[in-house]
Design a protein around this ligand. Structure first.
Ligand SMILES: C[S@@+](CC[C@H](N)C(=O)[O-])C[C@H]1O[C@@H](n2cnc3c(N)ncnc32)[C@H](O)[C@@H]1O
Length: 297
């Protein structure tokens, strides 16, 4: 594997403090910063990125086993407050006509349990703790995290432009018999300003009507989850990210993913000729992302 550790080349060198460590230019188009996104974002220049595409850890669902991880807050309010602050800083780094695509899933209250058993299929689901039932909710309640977060971000100044339902035709089966199996997550489109860059033609969908070949993309996206052979367990599918990158940026546009994980956003930016900066807290995942970016898929 060939890789060089160097200063963040894509940034204006004068604006990026020389103390920024662990910056790796993985490919010509993609750079990776290892550390807490809250700290690293504060070192980045204003209005630099054209688009932010990311999926933060879900609240109380997965333990990434690393200090500083978001998602392990003991209340949903703390989790949302942490994300609002982080994305406020990210908004500062976003161009005025930039967009922010946020993938987020929901979870249920614990029903009185204080920890979650390891899931044989999905080891990352084991938690050392299980967050207490949020105030005002009952055991078995759906928490509504995506909308709580969306409204909090809206109140913080983001323009909430649309919710997109990411429908997973191959969702994980659930053993529940008192509600439908959950087969979707949310993708929210936010903008920094009232007017913003959005290439609707780049993501048109086929029209049923034969006279009209394609139509404006609808707000339900049917996209199968993609298993990722590495040890990272919450990867979003390339097809989902492809649509966000295509609509949110021009060629050579700059994309930020502050929760890079296995680097899916970077893979698509390489593929579509965009530049990408990814931030990942966990060194082991950052390594996976490097390997994946070099493999190119
Ligand atoms: C849901 S995963 C992202 C997966 C990614 N979209 C992919 O396709 O691989 C969330 C990631 O955020 C990372 N993370 C958690 N807290 C963080 C923080 N404070 N700063 C940066 N990354 C963090 C976790 O280690 C995890 O890899």
């Amino acid at each position: 594997m060939h890789e060089t550790t160097q200063q963040l080349e894509m940034f204006d060198a004068e604006k990026v403090p020389t103390s920024t460590q662990s910056v790796t230019k993985v490919t010509n188009r993609c750079e990776l910063l290892v550390g807490d996104a809250r700290r690293l974002l504060s070192q980045m220049p204003d209005k630099y990125f054209n688009c932010i595409i990311t999926s933060p850890p879900y609240w109380g669902l997965r333990d990434y086993g690393v200090t500083g991880q978001i998602g392990s807050e003991s209340t949903v309010e703390e989790y949302i407050a942490d994300l609002v602050l982080l994305f406020r800083e990210a908004r500062r780094t976003l161009a005025d006509d930039g967009t922010f695509w946020l993938n987020i899933g929901d979870s249920y209250t614990s029903g009185g349990r204080t920890w979650r058993d390891a899931d044989a299929k999905n080891k990352g689901r084991a938690m050392e703790y299980r967050a207490p039932t949020p105030e005002g909710l009952k055991p078995k309640d759906l928490i509504g995290v995506p909308w709580k977060l969306a409204f909090a971000l809206q109140a913080d100044g983001w323009y909430l432009r649309t919710d997109i339902i990411w429908n997973k035709p191959n969702c994980q089966p659930e053993s529940v018999k008192d509600r439908p199996t959950r087969s979707h997550e949310y993708l929210f489109l936010f903008s920094k300003s009232e007017k913003y860059y959005y290439d609707w033609q780049a993501i048109m969908e086929p029209a049923a009507d034969r006279k009209q070949k394609s139509k404006n993309r609808r707000s339900v996206w049917n996209i199968a989850t993609e298993p990722y052979p590495g040890s990272h367990f919450a990867v979003y599918p390339r097809a989902l990210v492809r649509l966000c990158v295509a609509a949110g940026t021009r060629e050579n546009g700059r994309v930020l993913d502050p929760f890079f994980g296995s680097g899916t956003t970077g893979v698509i930016c390489n593929e579509l000729g965009r530049l990408c900066v990814g931030i990942e807290l966990k060194a082991e995942y950052a390594q996976l992302a490097r390997e994946r970016l070099l493999r190119g898929r």
